[in-house]
Design a protein around this ligand. Structure first.
Ligand SMILES: [Mn+2]
Length: 346
C-alpha cells in the first residue's frame, strides 16, 4: 500500500478526515518532494502539496501523486472548511506554525508518532540508499587509515574524511564528523579541534553521509603507534559488547534487552563510563526510531535500520566507540557496515 494510503487509514482510525504535514522529512517521505518549503494536505479526496514559486516546478516533477498549489494564491482556510478533524504534527511544529495551522483548520488532533513509526520500517529502496551511503563511509574509513599519522590535527583528519565522502557520491554529511584523539576521545560528541594526534593515542572517528536523502553512520577507533594495555583492554571490552549485542539482533527482539546486554558488559568493568544509548534508527534523519536504550521496551521491527554503537569513555585518558548500521531480519540482521573491527594500529 502507498505511504499516503497507510497514513489515511491511521488518521481515519483517529477520527480524522484530513492531515496537514509540515515536517520536512515527513513531507519528503510521503510525497517525494525534497524542497525546503512546502506542506501537505492529505484527505481521501485529494492530496495537495502547497509550496511557493521557487519550488512549484520541482514539486510537480517529484511529487507526481500530489496536486501542486502555489502558496501565494492558494486559500487554505477556504479549502479546509470541508474538513471536520485534521491531524497535525504536534511533535514537529513550532508554536508559530501551530498558530497558523490553528487559524486555518477547524479542529486539530495530534498525530503523535504515527509517521515516525511508519518510517522506522524501511522498504527495499530505502535500505538500498542507506547501504550505498554506508559503503561511502566504509571507503572513507580506508582513506582515513591511509592518511592518518602522528602530527596531524583532528580537524585535518575530519576534513579528509569529509572531503572523501563528498567527492565520492555523498550529497552532504549526515552530521558534523567527530574525530577525537587521546583524552578528548572521552567526550562522546567531541567536535574536531586543533589537538594533534600523538603516538599512543586512541582516535575515535564517527561520521556519515547522505545518499539520495538517506543517512549513514559509523564509528571506528584506531590506535596511533603502540597503545598501552589499558587502552587495548578498553577496546576489547567495547568490541565484546558490540558483538554480544549484534548476536542478539533479529526482528522482534526486545530493544531494551539488546541495550542492557552491551551495557552490562561495559559497566561491570567501567562503572558509569557508558552513558548513552546503544543505538538509534537511521533513515531520512540521522536519529530516528527505533532505539536501543534503557527505555526502548518494545520489539525491534523487521526491516528497521539501526546503529549498534557501544562505547567507553575514560575521563582524562581515552574513548572507544565501535558503530555499525544493521538491518533487522527475521533470523538475524544484515550488517551494512563492512569495515574491520579488530584494533588497527597505524
Ligand atoms: Mn550513531
Amino acid at each position: 500500500m502507498q505511504r499516503t494510503d497507510r497514513l489515511l487509514t491511521l488518521i481515519h482510525e483517529m477520527g480524522c478526515d484530513s492531515a496537514v504535514i509540515t515536517d520536512r522529512a515527513n513531507v519528503r517521505y510521503l510525497s517525494g518532494f525534497t524542497g525546503s518549503a512546502g506542506y501537505l494536505i492529505i484527505s481521501a479526496d485529494e492530496k495537495l502539496l502547497v509550496t511557493d514559486f521557487r519550488y512549484t516546478e520541482q514539486a510537480a516533477e517529484q511529487a507526481k501523486d500530489f496536486e501542486i498549489k502555489d502558496s501565494a494564491t492558494f486559500k487554505v482556510k477556504q479549502y479546509a472548511k470541508k474538513f471536520s478533524y485534521t491531524a497535525f504534527e504536534d511533535e514537529a511544529v513550532s508554536y508559530k506554525e501551530y498558530l497558523s495551522i490553528k487559524k486555518n483548520f477547524k479542529r486539530l488532533e495530534p498525530l503523535g508518532g504515527i509517521i515516525i513509526k511508519m518510517r522506522s520500517v524501511k522498504d527495499k529502496d530505502e535500505i538500498e540508499r542507506i547501504r550505498i551511503a554506508e559503503k561511502i563511509g566504509d571507503e572513507a574509513f580506508i582513506h582515513a587509515l591511509s592518511v592518518m599519522k602522528a602530527g596531524m590535527t583532528e580537524l585535518q583528519l575530519a576534513r579528509e574524511i569529509d572531503f572523501y565522502m563528498l567527492s565520492h557520491g555523498a550529497e552532504r554529511l549526515s552530521f558534523e564528523t567527530i574525530a577525537a584523539a587521546g583524552a578528548r576521545g572521552s567526550m562522546p560528541h567531541a567536535t574536531p579541534s586543533e589537538n594533534v594526534l600523538k603516538k599512543g593515542d586512541l582516535v575515535v572517528m564517527d561520521f556519515g553521509c547522505v545518499y539520495d536523502g538517506y543517512c549513514s553512520d559509523m564509528t571506528r577507533t584506531v590506535g596511533i603507534g603502540n597503545v598501552c594495555d589499558e587502552f587495548i583492554e578498553a577496546y576489547n571490552t567495547v568490541l565484546k559488547a558490540q558483538l554480544t549485542a549484534l548476536d542478539m539482533i533479529k526482528a522482534n527482539v526486545n530493544c531494551t534487552e539488546v541495550h542492557n546486554a552491551a551495557f552490562d558488559i561495559i559497566d561491570s568493568d567501567y562503572k558509569g563510563m557508558f552513558g548513552h544509548a546503544l543505538g538509534h534508527g537511521v533513515g531520512l534523519e540521522i536519529h530516528e526510531q527505533p532505539t536501543f536504550s534503557k527505555r526502548s521496551d518494545y520489539p525491534l521491527p523487521e526491516n528497521a535500520v539501526i546503529t549498534v554503537e557501544p562505547g567507553v569513555y575514560i575521563p582524562g585518558k581515552c574513548g572507544v566507540r565501535i558503530e555499525d548500521v544493521v538491518v533487522a531480519t527475521p533470523d538475524g540482521y544484515e550488517n551494512l557496515t563492512s569495515s574491520a573491527k579488530d584494533l588497527i594500529l597505524i
